[in-house]
Design a binder for this molecule. Structure first.
Ligand SMILES: NC(=O)c1ccc[n+]([C@@H]2O[C@H](COP(=O)([O-])OP(=O)(O)OC[C@H]3O[C@@H](n4cnc5c(N)ncnc54)[C@H](O)[C@@H]3O)[C@@H](O)[C@H]2O)c1
Length: 322
């Protein structure tokens, strides 16, 4: 098997590429380096610099590397930007995916993994989000991921491609400091950023209907997430047909206050957070049911939140000091 990893120089893509290679698969990465960092990839994983929206390039890469499976992670992923630039998000995340699937079908590739997101669910009022929880995204980013899933499943049916859509929950941590997320878009790096600037962390609302009043989320270590891709790839190489859509989370809720307390312990900066009013649209609770992934992929997360925070902090200090 040779797997093409689009977005392979990205935060998650580089972890996936390394995990797949570590599991004995041949891997080639494609990345336009818009947010990717080429040094995240070891020298024995070839990196093609170019866009996953470029159909001719895709056809060439699929043929030249005799690709037999594709894991598609390249995407725009900023919720706020998706609200102000919806056409760009649909263009890159949906039209780009259509171009890729056409090239995949034409090249006779029969296995496809798609990076989806818990954002497809919107803000459901349930204890645990199962894959049957209705999808009602609340921003264009989530819409493009849901439309992407529809497109993946439809193309799979039409062209005999076995597909897996992985709905990632809140990804954090790093397998090694140099692979860390360099963006400041998720809560862990956002808190680190404030601490590094000498500011205390912020909590938006401590009057939500949750045990400590702060929002509860399901955090997943990026190394566990990478292992989930290996498990999904195994399912596809093992002869699975049809499609599977599955949550990738730990099935355990952690509150913002608990997370900030842990960050204080790890960083040594235990100043109390500033509580600000709730932000409109924040869901009080978003926690995955992890049962289907355990059943269908034989995969369960192994790493806890402390490991996520400690590894992310080591990565933050490497890239930002502090
Ligand atoms: N980080 C999270 O918490 C999270 C949660 C759910 C889903 N996801 C999804 O996981 C995937 C990877 O996210 P990430 O956090 O690693 O982000 P990232 O920005 O680090 O990685 C995306 C990679 O894709 C590349 N890229 C973007 N557009 C491209 C294009 N047109 N052609 C080629 N390369 C392109 C970028 O250069 C980058 O290396 C995305 O699809 C994202 O939507 C991420």
């Amino acid at each position: 098997m040779t797997w093409l990893i689009t977005g392979g120089a990205g935060y998650i893509g580089a972890h996936v590429a390394r995990a797949m290679a570590g599991a004995g698969e041949r891997v080639v990465a494609l990345d336009d380096l818009s947010t990717g960092v080429p040094t995240r990839l070891p020298e024995d994983i070839p990196l093609v610099r170019g866009s996953a929206l470029d159909g001719d390039l895709l056809k060439r890469v699929l043929a030249e590397h005799s690709v037999t499976g594709v894991a598609h992670l390249a995407a725009r992923k900023q919720v706020g930007e998706s609200v102000t630039q919806p056409t760009r998000y649909y263009q890159e995340n949906v039209s780009g995916l259509a171009t890729l699937l056409e090239a995949v079908a034409e090249a006779g590739v029969r296995r496809f993994l798609f990076s989806s997101s818990a954002a497809v669910y919107g803000n459901p009022d349930v204890e645990l989000i199962t894959e049957d929880t209705p999808c009602a995204p609340v921003n264009p980013y989530g819409e493009t991921k849901l439309a992407g899933e529809w497109l993946v499943r439809a193309a799979g049916r039409a062209h005999g491609i076995a597909t897996v859509c992985l709905r990632y929950f809140n990804v954090a941590g790093t397998a090694a400091p140099e692979l860390a997320d360099t963006g400041v878009l998720n809560i862990v790096p956002m808190v680190f950023d404030r601490l590094t600037r000498g500011e205390v962390p912020r909590i938006f609302g401590d009057d939500h209907p949750t045990p400590d009043g702060t929002c509860v989320r399901d955090y997943i270590h990026v190394a566990d997430l990478a292992d989930a891709h290996v498990a999904a790839a195994r399912r596809l190489t093992g002869g699975a047909t049809g499609d599977l859509t599955v949550n990738i989370g730990r099935g355990e809720g952690v509150s913002v206050r608990e997370l900030i307390t842990l960050i204080g312990e790890v960083s040594g900066d235990r100043r109390p957070p500033l509580v600000e009013p709730r932000r409109p649209g924040d869901s009080p609770r978003a926690v995955a049911s992890a049962e289907l992934a355990a059943r269908e992929l034989g995969w369960t997360a192994r790493r806890g939140v402390r490991e996520m925070v400690e590894s992310a902090w080591a990565g933050w200090r490497l890239h930002h000091g502090g």
